[in-house]
Design a protein around this ligand. Structure first.
Ligand code: NAP
Length: 343
């Protein structure tokens, strides 16, 4: 249940409706997220630079489109340069206000992540918002170039490294943000510390859920560490509910893929609605660090952006620290915010 609907329910439990209607206007609190927020509510983004991973398809593509419509400069990243070029051409053809540049980034190769981040820094590009969007769902077991299980490696480890290498750049922005795209399936996740690569017991769904749970643990721990280090960067989470994209068709195979195809046709919401959640997190002036934005409909599957809650385990500080440490060990990246803030 969203905090929004929780607060509505608790207030109606406490007061008779006559008292509510007699309550002074000043006593009515604004909901944490404005109701029925749409892309038309995105403020002008001129002068702001965004990096969106997985920008050639689905939610990433839609995010770039709306950001560009509102005047932003967007670095579109794609692992396949041909797909990236085709996606950029589709947005360029609309001749909308913002500017785009395309950069290759393969998140299944941490050397490529390091190369990409180093080039952003070397080119002197400002970075106001990093949208950790790219993802892969439920493929047969596969490994990244460095030998990590593919879903954990692409969805979590690569974004952990990318964020670490760009955090100082983000801290130079007057409104720096990291938006990490998770899923309501994080609720089924646990971190398999004893078999993180799924060498002994890989499950397509359980390892997808692990990666999306890792996204939530990471973003909330990042929020805590940013605040502790006094760095002016926000860390937010978003999830799109169930949105019809390539995600359901590129990872799953066989009968699973057939079910996904039917689900996309009859149950999913369109990508424009799904992307509103990450667009709100990336642009809304009222969005706060540590918030999780997801659809306001039943079971968070569809609807307008609202404040949603991660499962309790995702707020486990010890677990988050252990994942952070494991991520540093697996990637060889020292993501020490306090040290960075002091140096
Ligand atoms: N759609 C939903 O219902 C849903 C629900 C919950 C969460 N999400 C999350 O939303 C995010 C975006 O997914 P989507 O639904 O928009 O799916 P999508 O249309 O398949 O887009 C995923 C993007 O990630 C890219 N990608 C995959 N592996 C990559 C790699 N190794 N390196 C770089 N980029 C890579 C894809 O590139 P290619 O085109 O080259 O494959 C594509 O651009 C994901 O994090 C997903 O977990 C989606």
């Amino acid at each position: 249940m969203s905090a929004q609907s929780m607060s509505a329910r608790s207030s109606s439990n406490q007061l008779p409706s006559s008292a509510l209607s007699a309550a002074p206007h000043a006593a009515v609190k604004d909901p944490p997220v404005p109701r029925r927020w749409t892309a038309a509510d995105i403020p002008d983004q001129s002068g702001r630079t965004f990096i969106v991973t997985g920008a050639n398809s689905g939610l990433g593509f839609q995010t770039v489109l709306e950001l560009a419509r509102h005047g932003a400069h967007v670095v579109m990243t794609a692992r396949d340069e041909n797909k990236g070029r085709a996606a950029k051409a589709r947005i360029d053809a609309e001749r909308i206000g913002g500017t785009l540049e395309l950069r290759k980034l393969d998140l299944a190769d941490l050397d490529d992540v390091k190369r990409f981040a180093a080039a952003i820094v070397a080119d002197g590009l400002p970075v106001d918002v990093l949208v950790n969007n790219a993802g892969v769902m439920m493929p047969p077991r596969g490994l990244t170039r460095q030998g990590h299980e593919q879903q954990f490696g692409v969805n979590h480890l690569a974004h952990f490294v990318l964020t670490a290498l760009l955090i100082e750049r983000l801290a130079q922005s007057s409104d720096g943000r990291v938006v990490t795209v998770s899923s309501d399936l994080h609720k089924r996740g646990k971190i398999h510390f004893d078999d993180i690569a799924g060498a002994h017991d890989y499950g397509r769904m359980s390892f997808y859920a692990q990666s999306k749970f890792a996204n939530v643990l990471f973003a909330l721990e990042l929020d805590r560490r940013l605040k502790a280090a006094g760095l002016p960067v926000k860390s937010l989470l978003a999830h799109p509910g169930y949105s019809a994209t390539n995600l359901q068709l590129s990872g799953p195979t066989g009968i699973l893929k057939l079910f996904m195809r039917i689900g996309n046709r009859f149950m999913a919401q369109d990508v424009a609605m799904g992307a509103l959640n990450q667009l709100y997190a990336a642009t809304a002036p009222r969005a706060e660090s540590g918030q999780f934005i997801g659809p306001d409909g039943k079971n968070e599957k569809r609807g307008y952006p609202s404040l949603v809650q991660p499962i309790a385990a995702a707020r486990d500080v010890e677990l988050a620290k252990n994942l952070w440490q494991l991520s540093e060990t697996l990637t060889g990246i020292d993501f020490e915010l306090g040290k960075r803030a002091r140096s």
